[in-house]
Ligand binder design. Structure first.
Ligand code: NAD
Length: 480
């Protein structure tokens, strides 16, 4: 996008894939990296908001060209430092895969829209000219997840700055060092491009309390929340304008017209990308019974390990743990020690020892199995056999739990594809490709790591973080 040339991008990406900048994971905290103090990190949310407001004032006084220069610099630094953020991300959270996290950062750098996404509309008629412009909200309060921490901070920053806003982050506590590294990167990019030294801000120890201050602070005009159902509910009940990017549980249907060899590979590629951390990743499969064996076979050729029902039951006891909720009810929740872990590490927990070439654990289950019903966010993929398209759609829609987030299908039958897309009503629907095609990785369209299903902005971009303002010039300013 914008001012980086194709040749420059190719050079930087080659450099990264050949090693590139190496992370020194020995020496990082939420306020320092390699002995250098990170810029824009505060201990008090009120101070962070004040600093973000100064950032906003600075952005407001800039030309769009200056904003774009900062964004171009953010893109360059993100590509150059993708290996560092990928390594810290895995080291700090224990989740995901370094190689895939590098690719996610490059995707964010290359395909997050900048200022070109902000467009004005003009309406002329007998009564003159009316102009509608996309204006900034002011200071945005952004809550970010542990699953794509620095990716979300950078993606949000590019879009929010392009729209002319300031930003304060309350990142996930389990990924605070990685998130704050990204906040610092944005500020370094700003300074390098002639912008303010502190453009975006964050907390050294984000908590629920700091999130609560953010949600009720009068200077925060827009809340953008990327996370699970609890936090999305919290921001939507804040009384402020909020964008909620919540949980998914994407089903995949494979019918008997699909290219089964491709479907098996695509599903395993998508499901195992960053160990299934992306909210769009394949979480459960509904396969026509007459192709299920072939599909499983193709999955096994692509690094899947088929476990028995007994092994699945043993794994279930480890990856889902019982907890008493606020209402005193016992509920099963996903074990944080298993989210985003490698398939061989999960298998070792039930005494199955395999090599690193095993990328995914597959098993046949019934529809009510916990692996189908819970958003596991780890490379475990349950497969449910179905007899026909009606049954497949009925079960897949139920498994998606009304999140209206993402669904996938492998089929060449356009009636089946259309019927599922209509019934499931998801923000993203991917046909005959791995899930990540839905966020612009091997598929057309821009990328985002904030997919706002509940509030309807969809694949967010700069324009999602704007408010429309109208200016009317009555009876004049027409040229015809
Ligand atoms: P999480 O829900 O555990 O936490 C997200 C953030 O919210 C953290 O900063 C956390 O500290 C904070 N938080 C939690 N409850 C809060 C509350 N009541 N008030 C204020 N802040 C609160 O997120 P996670 O586990 O890191 O991310 C995984 C979840 O996020 C999954 O459900 C995934 O599907 C979803 N997700 C969605 C998108 C999307 O674009 N729709 C993207 C990434 C992740």
């Amino acid at each position: 996008m914008a001012n980086i040339t194709e040749a420059e991008i190719r050079k930087i990406v080659e450099n990264i894939l050949n090693g590139g900048a190496k992370a020194s994971t020995a020496n990082y905290t939420s306020t320092e990296y390699g002995g250098r103090k990170l810029i824009g990190i505060y201990s008090d949310m009120n101070e962070a908001i004040d600093a973000a407001e100064k950032g906003y004032r600075a952005v407001r006084s800039m030309t769009v060209e200056q904003r774009e220069k900062i964004i171009t610099e953010i893109r360059k630094l993100t590509i150059a430092e993708a290996p560092v953020m990928a390594e810290i991300g895995v080291a700090e959270t224990g989740m995901g895969k370094v190689e895939h996290k590098k690719l996610k950062h490059i995707l964010v750098a290359e395909k997050t829209p900048g200022t070109e996404d902000i467009v004005s509309e003009a309406k002329t008629g007998d009564n003159g000219l009316t102009l509608t412009e996309m204006a900034p909200f002011g200071v945005v309060g952004a809550i970010t997840p542990s699953t794509n921490p620095s990716e979300t901070v950078i993606c949000n920053s590019i879009g929010m700055i392009a729209a002319g806003n300031g930003v304060v982050f309350n990142p996930h506590p389990n990924a605070i060092c990685t998130s704050n590294y990204a906040v610092d990167l944005v500020n370094r990019a700003s300074a390098a491009a002639g912008g303010p030294e502190v453009l975006v801000c964050s907390m050294d120890k984000p908590t629920m309390d700091s999130a609560a201050i953010m949600q009720s602070h009068p200077k925060i005009r827009l809340l953008v929340c990327t996370g699970g159902p609890g936090v999305v509910r919290a921001v939507l009940s804040s009384g402020k304008k909020a964008i909620g990017a919540g949980a998914g549980n994407p089903p995949v249907i494979v019918d008997d017209t699909a290219d089964i060899r491709k479907a098996g590979k695509d599903i395993i590629d998508g499901c195992t990308f960053d160990n299934n951390l992306p909210c769009i990743a394949e979480k459960e499969v509904f396969a026509f019974a007459n192709i299920a064996d072939r599909l499983i076979d193709e999955m096994q050729k692509n690094g899947a390990y088929l476990i028995t029902a007994e092994q699945a039951a043993a794994l279930n006891k480890i990856v889902l743990v019982e907890k008493t909720n606020k209402a005193g009810k016992t509920v099963k929740i996903v074990s944080r020690d298993c989210v985003g872990r490698d398939a061989d590490v999960l298998l070792a927990k039930i005494g199955v020892n395999v090599g690193k070439d095993i990328r995914c654990i597959i098993c046949e289950t019934d529809f009510m199995h916990d692996f189908v019903q819970h958003e596991l966010m780890m490379p475990i993929l349950p497969i449910v056999r179905v007899d026909n398209i009606e049954e497949a759609i009925d079960l897949a829609v139920k498994a998606e739990h009304g999140n209206r987030h993402t669904a996938h299908m492998h089929s060449k039958n356009i009636d089946h594809l259309s019927a599922f897309a209509k019934a499931v009503e998801t923000t993203i629907f991917v046909k005959n490709a791995p899930s990540y095609a839905g966020i612009g990785f091997g598929g057309e369209g821009h990328t985002t790591f904030t997919i706002a299903g509940p509030t309807g902005e969809g694949i967010t971009s700069a324009r999602s973080f704007t408010r429309k303002r109208r200016c009317v010039m009555a009876d004049n300013f027409r040229i015809i």
